[in-house]
Design a protein around this ligand. Structure first.
Ligand code: GDP
Length: 306
């Protein structure tokens, strides 16, 4: 998977070629620095991280007195890696959680994000990853607004071999489906319950209301283990605006960045982590069941640099 991420990012021309052409010059004049800035912005790194990174790079080059492009590239790699922050905890919580009743409960993972970002698909792919780790997983179809969402999740459940809790009728109360899923997971002794939710950003008050209720109901038996925000990497810096809305309602513990295959520029990882102060934990690399990978900072920066 990481090899695939690397080749995809390299093909999208994330940073590699452009950087090589700038750093390969004898002398980094102002035009070269501007080009470097443009390249980092194009890769979706965001304005503040780019500014900070270039200031640091200038200082380091001055202090070290280096002109060697290979050495400069190495410093850049080091600075980028620091921005991605390898020290953040990127594990997905899947251990039992102690409930209010003193019993161990399944780890509940809440999946939130705007419609179309890839939530339902990610729930299916994450279930697959967890099943591969021998976890018993139950899915909850709490996106009751989009008629096809529960069917889509049921298809994933059948494909991955896990139970899906859903409502019989369209437009049912999403919080009651979340309740039923958490309950079913506890009764069957599951390890993990993953809850899919709706994300209509057009109606912010309605969304906050609905999500708030799901959070309250799902955390009643035992605290929610993970609230993962699903962001579409191809929406670039726009995703950040969405992220703020969701961070207001749910206590987010991590980000899933989808659609990093295709035309997305990976620099958005740095921007969203900085904005939300939480790590990117998983990346989506396609529409298939195996196209979800844990996020690994080292490989990611290498892929970005091409
Ligand atoms: P939801 O509305 O947030 O639940 O989004 P869906 O899960 O229905 O996904 C929307 C579309 O994005 C579907 O066509 C998915 O197959 C596609 N999709 C989801 N994740 C990825 C990904 O990582 N890469 C690509 N290329 N497509 C994805």
């Amino acid at each position: 998977r990481l090899v695939r991420l690397r080749s995809r990012l390299a093909r999208s021309g994330a940073l590699g070629q452009a950087l090589l052409s700038v750093l390969g010059r004898d002398h980094l004049d102002e035009a070269a620095w501007e080009e470097l800035e443009e390249t980092l912005l194009q890769a979706d790194l965001g304005i503040d991280p780019t500014t900070a990174l270039l200031a640091e790079l200038r200082t380091r080059i001055r202090v070290d007195g280096t002109k060697d492009p290979v050495a400069i590239r190495e410093v850049l790699r080091e600075l980028l890696l620091a921005q991605v922050d390898p020290s953040m905890d990127r594990t997905i919580a899947s251990a039992p959680v102690l409930g209010a009743d003193g019993e161990p409960h399944p780890a509940t993972i809440l999946m939130v994000g705007v419609n179309g970002t890839g939530k339902t698909t990610t729930v299916g792919k994450l279930a697959r990853l967890l099943v591969a780790e021998d976890k018993d997983v139950v899915l909850g179809a709490a996106d009751t607004f989009r008629a096809a969402a529960a069917d889509q999740l049921a298809t994933w459940g059948a494909r991955v071999g896990v139970d899906v809790v859903r409502s019989e009728k369209d437009g049912a109360d999403p919080a009651s489906v979340a309740h039923d899923a958490v309950e079913a997971g506890f009764r069957s002794g599951a390890d993990v319950v993953i809850i899919d939710t709706a994300g209509r950003l057009q109606n912010k008050a309605g969304l906050m209301d609905e999500l708030g209720k799901i959070v309250r109901v799902a955390s009643r038996p035992a605290p929610i283990a993970e609230s993962l925000l699903v962001l579409d990497a191809t929406t670039g810096q726009n995703g950040l605006r969405q992220a703020r809305v969701f961070a207001e309602v749910a206590h987010l513990t991590g980000i899933v960045l989808t659609k990093l295959d295709g035309s997305a520029k990976g620099g958005i990882v740095v921007a969203v982590q900085r904005e939300l102060g939480i790590p990117v934990k998983l990346v989506g690399l396609g529409e298939g069941p195996d196209d979800l990978a844990p996020f690994d900072p080292e490989s990611f920066v290498d892929a970005l640099l091409g």
